[in-house]
Design a protein around this ligand. Structure first.
Ligand code: EPU
Length: 420
């Protein structure tokens, strides 16, 4: 795992059909959510990625029985044997989403102790809003320098007002509220598709969750949650990454099994650049409409705005557009590291804090590049596909955290990509 480099012979068009896997950012919340249940649950369409394997390790350490079938993308989890509410620091640091064990264990046991989360270094990632939400629900914050620690009987009838829109904070508060016998209202919530998916999963176990996908979520918890067999939604960011990769190589690619309405911010930008985006029920076809695409400006925002997770991949496409593009990254403070790398390929880039200016050049040339985080890794794969010559990408373990078999999927579309 991760001990190889990716080698890409660039300049080949991607052509054909590909399938999107289940959503990473849904899976990483739905798996811990099973701990809230009083009966076994089954989840389908799980992506076969490293983050899922880490969560399974944590579940097993907590005492859950887990049967995971990676090939069928299926997991059966029996949480009844879980009696402890502590996730070790060592395990927590293996990924960002370990913070969802806070909400899930607090909701189940009235106490949760979880080491500080790891994950991608894309700027400061505080959890103050998660803790604020737990306190508003009735828990005390007992965190120290090693562990996040919350404890207390959660009370019905509470309101949580987020000072900042946060995906993780919203989902964590939903988890904590799911078993409270009575109503909880969350205000200023994030609206990402994975929030709606988590709401649907909690509802399928017997909680009542209304308003997910808007900025106010009302949860009527249920102290005994029952068995659910749930299929998670397709990955919005993998869909977008594949759309951008197709556009970057000027090929014609159909991405099947996706939800086109989740992709509107990206689709609009691609259209503005001169990429044709044809949407059907569960598929999107990408076709180039120009030899060289037009430069565009991008500002990342919470859903339904342009997703920060696709800023890094699309920034590669902008390096060869006609004209100068501007990117404003408003969500994370350190999410332009892919641009330092792509300069080695001949891109013209100027980064100033949260702003990046990209002056389009005609072509990129192959180089040896270092993936600095998950989406930067995916971005560099795209850069390798669109450039002339050979590209070598190191630190591939970042990519494995969140993309299911990316090189296999690209190879089927005609990319010349291998592990070395
Ligand atoms: N923030 C706070 N306080 C908090 C929580 C967040 O100030 O208590 C700030 C963050 O520092 C950031 C902003 O609020 O500036 C948004 O953070 P958010 O909580 O929404 O992000 P997250 O939960 O840390 C999730 C995804 C990210 C994705 C963001 C935004 C998971 C595990 N991670 O992170 O995914 O970029 O939402 O959509 O779901 C990725 O998949 O590569 C990835 C980084």
């Amino acid at each position: 795992m991760g001990s190889y480099k990716l080698k890409i012979e660039g300049g080949r068009k991607l052509e054909g059909e590909t399938y999107v896997s289940g959503g990473k950012n849904t899976a990483v919340a739905v798996i811990p959510a099973v701990l809230l249940c009083d009966e076994p649950c089954e989840i389908d369409n799980l992506p076969d990625i490293e983050d899922v394997r880490v969560l399974i390790d944590i579940l097993k350490e907590l005492g859950a029985q887990v049967e995971y079938d990676a090939e069928r993308r299926h997991i059966a989890i029996d949480p009844r044997g879980v009696t402890q509410c502590r996730v070790s620091s060592e395990q927590s640091q293996r990924m960002r989403a370990s913070y969802y064990f806070l909400g899930a264990l607090l909701g189940r046991f009235g106490e949760a102790q979880v080491g500080y989360p790891g994950g991608c270094n894309i700027g400061s990632r505080p959890v103050d809003q998660h803790l604020k939400a737990f306190e508003a629900l009735g828990a005390a914050d007992l965190s120290d320098t090693e562990y996040l620690h919350v404890k207390g009987e959660l009370k019905p009838g509470r309101r949580v007002v987020f000072d900042k829109i946060t995906v993780g904070g919203t989902m964590n508060a939903m988890l904590a509220a799911a078993r409270i016998p009575g109503k909880t209202v969350l205000y200023n919530t994030a609206r990402e598709p994975h929030i709606v998916d988590l709401a649907n999963f909690l509802s399928s176990m017997g909680a009542t969750v209304v308003g997910a996908g808007t900025n106010t979520i009302r949860i009527t918890g249920c102290p005994k949650l029952h068995h659910s067999s749930y299929t998670i939604i397709p990955d919005q960011i993998e869909t977008g990454t594949l759309m951008i990769a197709a556009a970057a190589t000027h090929g014609i690619v159909t991405i099947c099994g996706c939800i086109p309405t989740h992709m509107e911010a990206l689709s609009c930008k691609l259209l503005e650049m001169g990429v044709m985006v044809d949407e059907e029920d569960d598929r999107i076809t990408i076709r180039p409409a120009r030899k060289r695409y037009r430069a565009v400006n991008i500002k990342t925002e919470e859903y339904p705005g342009f997703p920060t997770d696709l800023q890094q991949p699309i920034s590669m496409l902008l390096t060869t557009c006609e004209g100068c593009s501007k990117i404003e990254e408003t969500i994370f403070s350190n999410r332009f590291r892919q641009l330092n790398e792509v300069e080695k390929m001949g891109a013209q880039v100027l980064v100033n804090g949260q702003l990046a200016m990209i002056n389009g050049v005609e072509k990129l040339h192959g180089a040896t590049l270092e993936a600095t985080d998950l989406r930067a890794g995916a971005a560099l794969v795209i850069a390798g596909l669109m450039s002339e010559g050979t590209t070598l990408i190191t630190n591939t373990e970042y990519i494995e955290r969140g993309y299911e078999h990316i090189e296999e999927k690209l190879r089927i579309l005609g990319a010349v990509i291998s592990r070395v």
